[in-house]
Design a protein around this ligand. Structure first.
Ligand SMILES: [Zn+2]
Length: 488
């Protein structure tokens, strides 16, 4: 098990920077224009689609402790608009650092306010969810301001044999969704369920973020969004960032080196450990190939930046605007992992879906983007080889007839069915529709659901509108009911 080494000179218990040195949290998210900096100029107008979206303003300070752990101390202010057709009696905050085995961390809430008055959160699901009772029902289209103080303790132990996505490894803190996050409302109910093992964890609606990170100045901060201000003070540094319309944030801090490349006006940032410096250009090659493949095949990447960060441990995990890549020994899987996680910027980050209940919509799609990349970069023969490999894998699994469209928790062999058979479904759909219609469908799907949320039925509806055909039997066989599928 790798143990994180606290950087020298940053242990102990320094006080947080004096809050009076910063603009107040309350002021910071009113200015809609500031968020445009996180988008490519031609997409800066997308911010105007989110006038009433949830806004977050977060300040967080990171300290590495002498015992090898790390502490995040933060506060946030949220403006939440009720976009449901009914009044809300309460609002939930998800405390994902309490999210079970994938999180080597514990989160505690401090003072929480709703509309300026302190409230007592009701903790549920082993402290994963905090219910905040509202003083008065929140009517449709009305907004309410919330604030919360929080601390997160993060522990070492992230490694390639484990399942952790949050914690410390090689002196790096991995901290995705380190702050209280408002979940979605699905079918009239707050979605606060714990994540099953093996799959992704969070579902959240697109929001606008302005946030500030303070961390030791001898380390590198990798954070979702675009840096709009940075300052040094003693042995700490502070960065202020804004995002475009984003579902959530990820934060990584560690002894990383930046190599940058601009592709189609997008800054691709590869952050790698010193011993992996030789792989930085390859990481950028893979990311560039995939960005170009998917901009042509699906739709534009609207954000100004995409961060790729070397995270020993997880082979790859996607977060909006930032992907974790386990470079490992730089073998073939490094390319596949990079391409797959970059693919998720289109499938989940931009086109949202329920990662717990209908994970094929992002996992099968991201796996199929590996095939599109391979076809574009390495040629049709290489792409066919990948599909052959997926068919072989399907022939070795115990229940190859399972449909791809079930929740994560339903599968014993989640990877083979949802990822690989799921990618084979995309190939079957492409064969059924023909190339021209298939790519028109992907563009239509992107246009309809970019920044939104799609269900399997939504996906099918856009496909059927595009081909002007009935795909019911194909979707029943592959997605909903299952059955024997055969290699073409
Ligand atoms: Zn994936």
């Amino acid at each position: 098990m790798p143990v994180a080494t606290p950087p020298t000179g940053t242990g102990g218990s320094e006080a947080r920077p004096t809050p009076t040195a910063q603009p107040t949290l309350a002021a910071a998210f009113d200015d809609l224009d500031q968020f445009r900096a996180a988008l490519r100029p031609e997409f800066a107008g997308d911010v105007d689609l989110f006038l009433s979206a949830t806004r977050y303003n977060i300040e967080v300070t990171l300290r590495f402790n002498p015992d090898g752990s790390a502490t995040l101390t933060g506060r946030e202010r949220i403006r939440y608009a009720n976009q449901q057709a009914f009044a809300l009696d309460d609002i939930y905050l998800m405390l994902w650092p309490n999210g079970g085995a994938q999180y080597l961390s514990r989160m505690k809430l401090g003072r929480v306010t709703v509309a300026g008055s302190e409230v007592q959160p009701v903790m549920e699901s082993d402290d994963l969810a905090a219910r905040l009772p509202l003083p008065a029902p929140l009517a449709p289209d009305e907004s309410v301001d919330l604030s919360a103080e929080f601390t997160v303790e993060a522990f070492p132990g992230v490694d390639a044999n484990g399942v952790a996505r949050f914690g410390l490894t090689n002196g790096i803190l991995l901290a995705p969704t380190f702050y209280p996050l408002i979940p979605r409302i699905v079918d009239g109910e707050w979605q606060t369920m714990p994540a099953p093992p093996g799959g992704d964890t969070t579902n959240s609606d697109t929001a606008l973020y302005v946030w500030r990170v303070t961390a030791p100045s001898d380390l590198v901060i990798v954070a979702t969004g675009t840096v709009v201000a940075s300052e040094q003070s003693g042995d700490t540094q502070t960065q202020t960032l804004v995002t475009g319309p984003m579902r959530d944030l990820a934060l990584v801090v560690g002894p990383l080196q930046l190599t940058q490349r601009t592709v189609d006006g997008i800054a691709l940032n590869a952050y790698v450990l010193e011993q992996n410096a030789v792989f930085a250009e390859k990481m950028l090659d893979y990311a560039e190939g995939q960005v170009k493949t998917l901009e042509a095949g699906v739709g534009p990447y609207p954000f100004a930046e995409l961060d790729l960060v070397d995270t020993p441990g997880p082979a790859g995990i996607e977060y909006p605007g930032e992907v974790f890549i386990g470079i490992g020994d730089g073998s073939d899987f490094f390319e596949v992992a990079t391409v797959h996680e970059v693919g998720h910027q289109w499938f989940y980050s931009l086109i949202g879906d329920d990662q717990l209940m209908e994970p094929w919509l992002d996992e099968a799609a991201a796996t199929y983007t590996e095939v599109l990349y391979s076809e574009n970069i390495h040629g049709p023969r290489a792409a066919r080889g990948m599909l052959d490999f997926f068919w072989d894998a399907l022939s070795f699994t115990d229940q190859p007839d399972l449909p791809i469209g079930r929740p994560v928790a339903d599968y014993a062999d989640y990877g083979t069915i949802v990822y690989l058979k799921g990618a084979l479904f995309f190939d079957a759909l492409r064969r059924e529709m023909g190339d021209e219609t298939f790519f028109a469908f992907l563009h239509n799907y992107y246009d309809a659901y970019r920044y939104g949320f799609a269900t399997s039925k939504d996906f099918q509806a856009v496909a059927e509108q595009t081909c002007a055909c009935d795909l019911g039997a194909l979707f029943d066989l592959w997605v909903y009911n299952g059955g024997t599928v055969t290699k073409p």
